[in-house]
Write a protein that binds this ligand. Structure first.
Ligand SMILES: [Zn+2]
Length: 100
């Protein structure tokens, strides 16, 4: 049976950039790569939060406009009247939610 040979000394390198490792533990990344990951992760969280808020605002506005036009009921409207109704529709208010 053949035994696996283990090198006497393995120089540890960052698994992302292959530079010499200047940290310990997991993940096997150098300080610069860990810092870069943290910055990117924080940016991602902020971007997702912003997108979520934007989408909630769009949906709230759609519901508000649908309610406004359903109140008008049966009518023939000109484009100018529709534009006026949209621009004068009440703005949806922000719904505060609790994190569960
Ligand atoms: Zn690195």
């Amino acid at each position: 049976m053949e035994t696996a040979t283990v090198p006497a000394e393995v120089s540890a390198t960052c698994s992302r950039c292959s530079k010499e490792l200047d940290t310990e533990g997991s993940p096997n990344w150098c300080k610069a790569c860990r810092a870069k990951y943290q910055r990117e992760y924080k940016d991602l969280i902020a971007r997702r939060s912003s997108e979520k808020a934007y989408n909630a605002g769009v949906e709230a506005m759609r519901q508000t406009l649908a309610l406004e036009f359903s109140r008008i009921g049966k009518a023939i409207l000109t484009g100018r009247e529709i534009a006026f109704a949209i621009s004068h529709a009440p703005r949806p208010t922000m719904q505060l939610t609790t994190t569960e």
